[in-house]
Design a protein around this ligand. Structure first.
Ligand code: AMP
Length: 484
């Protein structure tokens, strides 16, 4: 009797792994925008004398709790915190300023000539409710100045953010500025503010009722539309009317510097920022409202614009001390890359390509393909921006790629050229082809490209991936070998 068959195991179909909610891939089509922003952030750092500092993505949870504040949205609801295998409470960084303050003390930056100017570019994590412009992993760049209380630093940082967004990236923006004062002004102001709200408590939304006891400053930036919070906030006593002499002086000087820089700004009494560590200057840069929404150059849409702030920052003179360091004045800002990229697409800003190629190397037949391998390496090492598609057989298809990449020249290496020890160089604009000695090819091609660049033929510009038109390349010839 044959052995009894084992009963077949029922196959359990596991769900296919997918992106987590609030997370996203940055696809190649979006990389030109990202690369551009990254490059501008680096360039700006060099111009203004900032050094790059990279801190870990994971830190002790207490770093953020102590600095950002237990009653902030970030600490209360949004931290990716967990106990690691060693039993320590850790968190994925929800922002980088606190990490910089830790690093400033830990690495003795305080002993260096002040101010110390540092910058970063990297991912942050907040377990926020995903929506347009709000992700759970998002990228920020930021510039921080430690060790100098002068408002000229605040002004220069606002200038940097404005320059990046408006001058370099050509985005219409609105600069929002306020002062929440120093400790002394704040304790005075909070008494007045809570007094104002206590008599109007019944009109507040549930969150604001809680804020009244936990974090009254946040009452001013409530986004709840259904209740009277907005109306009450707009009528509330303003921080700027309760500033200490020192804080008022700081703010007045900042505004004078902004005037000197000719940066148009709006004084926004409701701008408080959500974190505990801010003092005196706070600022944000919002997308400007579109002309159709009212007078061009007028105030940005509220509250939509405030919820899509591109940049936010301010002074945090108490932060280093809060986390155990020596008292150190400091000021900085962070910009959100995803939101800036979205604005570039919305305004159809011309984005420079990640790379441009001057020459495309076409090959024909097995011999041509083989020799192209070597020629490509030699050209690349000679500093020629050369592209190839060695896996394609058809010359027509290769010339199409050359057209798509907007190469000025194509070099063609086929059976005949190999036998004659020549190459064909084709001008992609007019289709004229010349035969050239193989051994002189690199020197000659380099010469032509240098000539082209000194004639200021600027590299092409690509439109955003999502809106890029499909190219119709010039029809390539059926027969490549046209002798001059
Ligand atoms: P903040 O650290 O909250 O002051 O934010 C600074 C900037 O980071 C904001 O102006 C946004 O551009 C960006 N940002 C903050 N939170 C998010 C988020 N959840 N998703 C995408 N970008 C964000």
């Amino acid at each position: 009797m044959p052995p009894a068959k084992k009963p077949a195991k029922a196959k359990v179909k596991l769900p296919q792994p997918q992106l987590l909610r609030g997370f996203k891939d940055i696809l190649p089509g979006d990389q030109p925008a990202w690369t551009w922003i990254r490059r501008l952030v680096d360039d700006l750092a060099v111009s203004y004398g900032f050094q790059r500092l990279d801190t870990p993505l994971v830190e002790m949870e207490s770093l953020f709790v102590r600095s950002i504040g237990e009653t902030s949205d970030i600490v209360e609801k949004e931290m990716f915190s967990f106990t690691d295998r060693g039993g320590d409470r850790v968190a994925l960084r929800p922002e980088t300023t606190a990490s910089f303050a830790r690093a400033y003390t830990e690495h003795g930056f305080i002993n260096q000539p002040q101010p110390v100017k540092l910058y970063y570019f990297g991912p942050q994590f907040r377990y926020d409710r995903p929506q347009a412009g709000r992700f759970r992993q998002f990228y920020q760049f930021g510039y921080e100045i430690f060790g100098d209380p002068d408002p000229i630093n605040d002004a220069q940082l606002i200038m940097m953010a404005y320059s990046l967004l408006n001058v370099e990236l050509k985005l219409p923006v609105s600069v929002q500025v306020n002062s929440i004062g120093d400790k002394e002004s704040r304790s005075r102001y909070l008494k007045v503010l809570t007094g104002y709200y206590r008599t109007r408590k019944n009109a507040l939304c549930e969150t604001c009722k809680e804020r009244l006891t936990k974090n009254p400053l946040r009452l001013l930036d409530c986004k709840e539309k259904a209740k009277d919070c907005q109306e009450l906030a707009s009528q509330a006593p303003q921080t700027v009317d309760h500033l200490s002499d020192a804080s008022r002086q700081h703010f007045v000087r900042l505004l004078e510097y902004l005037d000197e820089l000719q940066i148009g700004y709006e004084l926004n009494p409701r701008l408080v920022r959500g974190l505990d560590y801010y003092s005196n200057t706070v600022f944000e840069i919002w997308p400007a409202r579109s002309p159709s929404a009212g007078e061009a150059g007028g105030p940005a849409d509220e509250p939509e614009a405030s919820q899509s702030a591109l940049v936010g920052g301010g002074r945090y003179d108490g932060l280093v001390e809060m986390i155990g360091g020596r008292p150190t004045p400091a000021v900085g800002f962070a910009g959100g890359v995803e939101r800036i990229v979205a604005q570039l697409y919305k305004h159809q800003v011309a984005i420079p390509p990640v790379a441009h190629y001057d020459v495309f190397l076409c090959q024909l037949g097995e011999q041509g393909r083989k020799k192209s391998l070597r020629l490509f390496e030699d050209m690349r090492r000679a500093g020629i921006r050369v592209a190839e598609n060695l896996s394609k057989d058809s010359i027509k298809a290769q010339l199409e790629v050359a057209n798509r990449l907007k190469c000025k020249y194509s070099i063609i290496l086929g059976q005949k050229e190999i036998m004659d020890e020549t190459i064909l160089i084709r001008d992609m604009e007019n289709g004229i082809q010349e035969v050239m000695d193989y051994n002189k090819a690199i020197v000659e091609v380099k010469k032509r490209i240098e000539r082209m660049h000194t004639n200021h033929i600027v590299p092409p510009v690509v439109t955003p991936a999502s809106t890029a038109p499909t190219e119709t390349p010039a029809p390539p010839p059926d027969e490549p070998a046209v002798k001059s």
